[in-house]
Write a new protein. Sequence first.
Length: 711
Amino acid sequence: MRRVSVALEQFRMSRAEVGFGSPHAGGLGAPESGMELDVGDLFGAVAARWRLFPFALAFTLALAGLYILATPSRYAATMSFLLDTREHLTSALTPSVPANGPDSPLVENQMRLLTSKRVLQRAYEDMNLQDDPEFSGAPRAGLKALIFGASKPAEPSINQATDLLGRAITVKRADKSYVIDVETRASSPAKAERIAEGLASAFLATQAQFSANVANTERKWIDGRLDDLRQRLKQAEARLQAYRESKSLALADGMTPSEQQMKTANASLIEARGKRMEAEARLAQIDAAAKAGTEAGAPETSREALRSPLLDKLLADHAALASATVAMQATLGPRHPAIVANQSQLTAQRAQIDREIRHIRDVQRGNVLAARKAEQAAEANVAALSKTIADGGATRQELSDLDRQTVVLRDNYEKALAARENNQAEAVFSPNPVLISQPLAQAAPVSPKALPALIIAIVGALNLWVGGALGLEFLARRGARRKARSSSAPAPAPRATAAGVVTNLATEAVALPPFDAARDAEPDPEGDAGIFQRALRAADAPDSGYYQAVARLRQTLRAPRAADAPPPLFAVTAEEEGAGATTLALCLALLGCENGERVLVIDGNARRPTLSALLPYLRPVGPEDGRCLSMFAACDGEDGEGRVLLGRFNAGDRLPLQAGPGARLDLILLDCGADARPPAALRPALTGFIEIDRDGAARVRRAQRAIPAAA
């Protein structure tokens, strides 16, 4: 019966099934009846117009021929470079750790250098390309030259010439390799090969010149560094010597006389402390040995501590006499005179041994006292020298700073001199390009490519054939549809030519029975999403009581009016929420659409703006006047004339009341819902009210002020 906006259908389905969906801009209507094409129709329409293909093919082949004639022949020559990543040497003052091997950016840098302005300019000058018309800006022998003739161009600049040469060179590199492939193009194979050779020579020469420039720059820097260090070293040595002379300081092995004496005194103090500690240790051993005794059972360490020639002899004699006495006692008895004499002699020897031990201990005590006195004297000497050095500390510190500065400058100067004279080197990585594939030109031209041009021409001809056939089929079907519609359409209802207002408004109530949707296979959606769907079903059920009631109500709104008069404006209101004011407004609009009328439904319900939720999903259709209320297409009639438009009135908007075929509106319905007060800006333009009471009866009431007739 009608075509509903695709966007509105998507809105209804998304709201009814999965909740409020995302808006889709546009919202075009579905295809018109009789304009649909299936796959069979497409093939039939294209096959029926097969005579278009030869013309399309001739057109595309002509374009391909023009391309081949207009494009000059180009030949290519190829060559390859290998980037040698082995180390080479460069001068440096101090050695450092070699850098890592080259990576992809380093190879990319060499590719950029190959097509740099410097290399291209050098190749351009070496090959004398300024005399070659192909690279000097002269016109090419193409289709333009054949038609319009060749004209002498202005003398190009060196930058323009190098740009022309650069466009004839292509550099590429395979992934994960150090090989650079170069392709040069020219108007002949020999010229392409010559350009490749010149480019290779210029590239290698530029690399060599770059290395030489780096070496010269580094050598100059080292020479300048040497001169600077030499001057600074002379000045430092002069300052040091002048300070020594002013302070009467003489250094020997980097030390002053006081420091040398201090060094000797410290050594003497260390030696004295060692002797004192050694003497005290020996005295302690002698005391321990004296307490342990010198008998045969005494420890060996004790006997070693009492080491003395006289004591050793006394101990030996005492031991021999004691052994003889023991032997005589076994044979003669303990009271024999010889044994008594031996015992007296043993007592005398023991007393002599004790005296010798005391003598040794006394001597060692004297040695300890002497060692302590020597240590004290050494400490006093060190203290005196320390005081002397401390008194001259500021002078010595300044002298040390000057001497240290001189030593550092001398060391830097010797390093720079070694780098200059001995060429001390540092290993670094730098790619060294090697030509591994000599320039070789191809015998066949690389452009223009005739075979791809012919393939593209054939494909283009097929596209033109299909597109043209479908376009002609569309035009034919639209013309046939218009012809059929004009022959079967009923005569339009006569309109009043006199100016005036709507006067025959009925005042009786029209009962609106509830619409029975139980017979439909699909139930109505719930909520706002089902309002438009319910209105569509009500308008598609002419046998229902609701449809017939709405049709009778619509007849009360019809009245003749002048062709240039503004459309009537009715406010649809209800005494309570949910009485069906919005559904009634949409049904009235749909019935008007079926009869070829253009009906605008405006959402004026401030409490529940149901229709406004549909607007983002519809296609805007105007008007062009930005001050007027914006309208959105919701539904089109089968005859192409009727249309249901939706809109929302905002403060400051004007109603699209203009007359004329381009902006024709037959009826405007203002959906106010349960809010019986239309917007204040629209009240003066109201024609009447359509009121729904609590019993479901609709009544048309004339407004106090009607829309004035157009002048």
